[in-house]
Design a protein around this ligand. Structure first.
Ligand SMILES: C[S@@+](CC[C@H](N)C(=O)[O-])C[C@H]1O[C@@H](n2cnc3c(N)ncnc32)[C@H](O)[C@@H]1O
Length: 217
């Protein structure tokens, strides 16, 4: 996920094995399949700043951190994940899905964009993210629905990312002015290095209208 250890798509893209570089040493091990639960306030900001049409699909639900906040906000949530983490339906690969679960009108998640493991090839992180967003946008447009994705703010400005983001009905960008702290390590906890934003696409939003930009925390 959009954890602070991840690489930017502006990073060195040499394909050789030597180009693999350690992710930033922050003292935390990278989690399997990019499992980083999202702090509640981040999803609460989304709920305050966009109007979601439910039910909502959370396709990378992890242990339900984001899904629970959406439910508290009054939404019915269908939660799935590649891995069974004791919440929702495990064993569901997002890339195998060809449609929203029946009845769902919106998708909300924070896409995993690393490839796991301790060494990460910078281009893979970006390509994985693009692949995820392309598929998410395809499914959303097919459903005439809505899509909210939490991404690293810096990532938005990459040339390929910008083209991809603009290819869908982007209606709002909610920039988080407070940095996300992904781990709680007690006294050793540090503030995250990066800012994040919610990207929100809505198929009922006019294609010719520019997206609005909101700063929130
Ligand atoms: C950063 S966690 C986010 C969990 C949750 N969305 C949250 O905000 O707390 C990313 C999750 O994506 C899941 N994941 C990774 N690749 C996936 C895939 N191809 N299909 C479905 N889930 C996947 C991981 O198992 C992990 O639980």
């Amino acid at each position: 996920m959009a954890a602070d250890e991840k690489s930017d798509d502006t990073a060195d893209s040499s394909g050789s094995a030597r180009a693999f570089r350690p992710i930033h040493r922050s003292g935390y091990d990278r989690q399997t399949h990019d499992f980083y639960p999202t702090p509640d306030w981040v999803t609460e900001v989304l709920l305050k700043n966009v109007k979601l049409r439910g039910p909502i699909w959370e396709p990378c639900c992890g242990d339900g951190a984001m899904a629970r906040v959406l439910e508290r906000g009054g939404h019915k949530v269908v939660a799935t994940d590649l891995v069974d983490r004791g919440f929702g339906q495990g064993g569901t690969d997002f890339f195998d899905r060809i449609a929203f679960p029946p009845g769902c009108r919106a998708m909300v998640t924070n896409p995993p964009y690393g490839d796991g493991g301790e060494l990460v090839r910078p281009t893979n992180a970006s390509l994985g993210m693009q692949k995820f967003i392309r598929h998410a946008l395809d499914l959303t447009v097919r459903e005439n629905g809505q899509l909210a994705l939490l991404v690293r703010f810096q990532w938005i400005a990459g040339k390929k990312a910008a083209a991809l983001i603009s290819s869908g009905p982007l209606s709002r960008v909610v920039v988080l002015t407070k940095r996300i702290q992904w781990f709680d390590m007690g006294e050793r906890t540090t503030t995250g290095q990066h800012h994040h934003a919610w990207l929100f696409w809505d198929c009922s939003y006019g294609n010719l209208l520019p997206p609005s930009l909101i700063f929130a925390q």
